[in-house]
Design a binder for this molecule. Structure first.
Ligand SMILES: CC(C)(COP(=O)(O)OP(=O)(O)OC[C@H]1O[C@@H](n2cnc3c(N)ncnc32)[C@H](O)[C@@H]1OP(=O)(O)O)[C@@H](O)C(=O)NCCC(=O)NCCS
Length: 185
């Protein structure tokens, strides 16, 4: 089996991790780590979501609560505090979807989301996953806050494959962009 290409070798990677580095990375004046979430992390993750009203509607915390119990989640811990999370639904041995991802609004844009997604992708890849999906609000919605989100997924190697409006379960008028990241075989 081929090895996981380190960040400097991959088009989508912008992580601050040094080439060949293992374990925690230096991040600003602290250290960030990524670990599998436990149910004890849920309240803090919902607090992060609550701080992002421009991104998540009031019905989302209950959905995340349900998905958290059903799926595997990861958290990124910065300076000892959970700063962000990702919830992943494995659809088959080779396909997974990142259902939810968020970083504390005070810490967005400092590389934590990249580190989180990179670690999740690496773990999934090691398990045999070769395609990862993420859904987001499409640019055609004309909603400025999601420009950064779209840039985030594109920058991590996700490619837009379709736009669906209405997507079942989403409010009409919220075009859903389907992004996928192919992982190395
Ligand atoms: C999307 C999100 C998880 C990314 O986490 P993050 O820690 O902010 O991401 P990073 O710091 O690793 O940023 C990586 C890229 O995201 C984009 N980005 C992140 N925050 C941004 C901001 N405030 N303004 C503009 N671009 C931003 C940039 O393209 C950046 O790329 P660059 O590093 O090459 O400049 C986080 O910003 C977030 O929680 N956003 C709101 C909720 C959301 O949209 N969740 C995803 C729903 S599909």
């Amino acid at each position: 089996m081929s090895s996981w290409p380190r960040v400097e070798q991959r088009r989508w990677a912008t992580s601050a991790r040094e080439p060949g580095a293992e374990g925690p990375i230096g991040h600003h004046d602290g250290v960030c780590t990524v670990r599998v979430a436990s149910v004890d992390d849920l309240d803090r993750c919902l607090e992060v979501v609550g701080g992002l009203p421009d991104y998540f509607t009031p019905d989302v915390p209950e959905k995340i609560r349900s998905d958290f119990g059903r799926c595997r989640s990861w958290v990124v811990v910065d300076d000892g505090k959970v700063a962000g999370f990702a919830v992943v639904d494995k659809r088959s041995p080779q396909v997974a979807e990142i259902l939810w991802a968020a970083v504390d609004p005070d810490r967005r844009g400092s590389g934590l989301g990249t580190r989180l997604v990179e670690d999740v992708l690496e773990t999934l890849w090691a398990e045999g996953v070769r395609l990862v999906e993420a859904k987001t609000l499409d640019r055609s919605a004309g909603y400025e806050p999601y420009e950064a989100t779209i840039a985030f997924w594109k920058g991590r190697g996700f490619l837009k494959v379709d736009v669906i409006d209405p997507l079942p379960g989403w409010e009409p008028g919220n075009p859903c962009a389907i992004y996928v990241a192919p992982l190395p075989s």
